[in-house]
Each structure stands twice: as structure tokens, then as C-alpha cells.
Design a protein around this ligand. Sequence first.
Ligand code: PLP
Length: 447
Amino acid sequence: MYANSLIELDRAHLIHPVASYRSHEKHGVRVLASAKGATVTDASGKQLIDGFAGLWCVNAGYGHESIVEAAARQMRELPYATAYFGLGSEPAIRLASELADRAPGDLNHVYFTLGGSDAVDSTIRFIRYYWNARGRPERDQFISVEQGYHGSSTAGAGLTALPAFHAGFGLPFDWQHKIPSHYAYRNPVGEDPQAIIEASLAALKSKVEAIGPELVAAFYVEPIQGSGGVLVPPKGWVKAMREFCRAHDILFVADEVITGFGRTGPLFACSEEEVVPDFMTTAKGLTSGYVPMGAVFMADHVYETIAEGAGTTAIGHGYTYSAHPVSAAVGLEVLKLYENGLFDNGVKAGARLMQGLQSLRDHPLVGDVRGRGMLAAVELVVDKSNKTPLPASAEPARRIFDRAWENGLVIRAFGNGVLGYAPPLCCTETEIDAIVERTRITLDETL
Ligand code: PLP
């Protein structure tokens, strides 16, 4: 059979990201064949609601002909143009300009990458360049947050705090440090927002003092921690951390790879927090996953320092596919779709999703429900009274994922018993209700 032969070819040749190769060989691949709106169809013809927008990226939903047309038009006219040697292409220049117009504060300079990991990696290089240009080369220590995810590039993976991204690699990250997460449901200081903000500020202060304030280069946050289990900080947390960094001359990086492009409501989550970072990283929703692209936003003062520091010397950071014209053409079309109704729909659908998921709190397995906009999580527990987590292992997560799949729903089942939701912003009310209903059925079958 078509699907069976694909499964064998996959087993033999395709290495999957973030997977146990042995378990994958045992279970085999699920092949997706087509998609439209918020629905994906697998190779056997089974239709499912994609409650995770691929990998939190297909914000616009699948099957927009206008995006396909924009890519095809650009491929016909100019499929490739380097951004090296002072060259460029119209879509890349226009996209940078449209994004800078909409970005918080003075994040006026945009550096295009291929995705989120190399966006984060680029910030590490730019930040080192910045401090050298300022005559402060000793500022080479980086801080991020436990439960944080910042991709899996060789340097950026160190900012990622999730153990799976470190186990077995043994790469030296002694220049990278972590402070505890704001994770409200399991925070030693309890769930009071002010207490959480104060605890995080105290942790950052003591971390900076331990490293040596004159040595700290930058602090990285996600406005909402995604891969750590959709951990939403209290209102004011991001701003408090940003202000601490400003006061201590530490660069503040907001990683909006998941939270950008309407995922939490506005174009960027930072805007809602009234925060202007020194750097902002994005990817995923930038092109809605139709083609790869990421973007680093740089504040005026950072750009000026780097530019002045380099003078007429070339700044040696670039990729063959930086500012790819086809990706940029897709980005421009996606932005148009977002602003012509998709963001508005996402706000309405997000409110319905949160309300629906909150209704699952009466289920014996549900310990916590959290999120903002079209980004949410349901945390499962063995015992609600003492928040006993599910056994930390991939197997329960796999079983829940499989059950949800049987019930026609794609969700993310994290190994720690957290179910992640990030549906396309185009979801109808009926689809949102189906996501909630199919989750309840899945939980009942899991009991
Ligand atoms: N940063 C954050 C916050 C992410 O969630 C991710 C991916 O999920 C990345 C960086 C890495 O992005 P990519 O997978 O496009 O390399």
C-alpha cells in the first residue's frame, strides 16, 4: 500500500527532529497528505482538526490560494536574490519595512533568517558584536529562564533550558545561565502575581550579582513560554524584567517565535505588555509555515552601535538564504491576510477556546488550564488535591496523542502531561468547540 511503503522508506532514511529514533522506528510515521483551513488529512484519508497549527506556525490556516499565488509569482519573476554584495529584492525590502512599521518602539531594523533557531543564534552573534563595539568585550555572559525554549542551534540551544536539548550532547554552555521560571501552577511562592514577579526579579538580581554585573551581556525571555508547557507570566512580569535589564545595562531579548503574528491576539505579544526589547526574534507565523523564514528585529541604538563599530568593515554574519525573495513575498501576503480579518477572527476564536478549555477543569485529570489568545495548555495531573504530575515519560504523552488522533484532533502532548493548543487563527466556532469536545472524549478514554 502507498502509505505502508512510505512508512518503510521513512524508517530507513528520514531522520526526524526531536525524536527517539528507536521509538520512531517502532511506531512508524503518520503521513499527512493534504490540508485546508484548520483541517489536515492523512494518507489514509482520515481528517483531523489541527489544534496545533503544524508546529505552532500555520497561523493563517492551510490552503490560501493567494499565498500560493504570491510564491509562484515571485518564483517566476525572481526565485532567488542574494542580500550579499549590496544586492536585494523588492519583497524582502518591503517586508522589512512593513514589519518595522508595526514593531514595538524603535525596533526598526530587520535581519531575515531561515527560522527561529538561527534568529536566536544571530542575536547571540550580534550581541557579542555590540558589546565589542561598545568597548566592553567582557560582557559575554547570557541569562535565560528555566523551562524556556530558544531553538536548537549550537549556541542557541544553550539558552534553551529543556533537558532533552542537552542530554547526550555535552556541549559546553558555561557562559549561559538560567533563573527559575514564573510557572504559576507549580511556583514555590504560590500563584500570587506580585509574589511571582518579585521572586523572578530577586532571582535575576542575584544571578547577575553572582556572575558579576559588568559581565552580563543579555537576558532572554519568551513573552509566554511555549515549549516549556505554555507558561503565561503574570501581567507586568515581562515589563518588570525589561526594566531591570535597562537599569543594569543588560540587553533584553524577547523571543516571539511562537507568540508573534497574532498567536496571542496582537501582532506581537510585547505590545500588549507595553515592552520594547532591544532585540526581538520571530519566525513561524511570519510566513505561516508555508515557506521557511525568521526575522531578528534590532533597536535603533543597537543597530547604530554595531554599524559605527564596524565602520567600513563587513560584519561577518550572513546566510545564502537571508532575505529570500520567495519567503518574503509569502510574508507580505500572509501579513495582508492577517490584517484583513484573520487577527480579528483569532481574537474571537481565542476567547472561545479559553472558555471551552476552562470548562474541562471539572475533569478529574485536569489540574490547570492556562493560555492567552490562540495559545493554551491543559495540565494533566494524577491527583488534583496535591498536583501530583503524570509520570515524566514519553509513553503517557504518546498514548494521549494517539487517542486524540483517533478522535480526529491533533494536539501537542508534552512528556510532562501538558497538552498544548495553538490552532490556526482561521478556526470557526464549530471547530473550536470540536477541539474542546474531542479533548474531553480523549481525557475520558485516558482515565
Ligand atoms: N524560539 C522559540 C520561542 C521557539 O518556540 C522556537 C521553536 O519552537 C524556536 C526559537 C526555534 O525556532 P525554529 O524551530 O524555527 O528553529
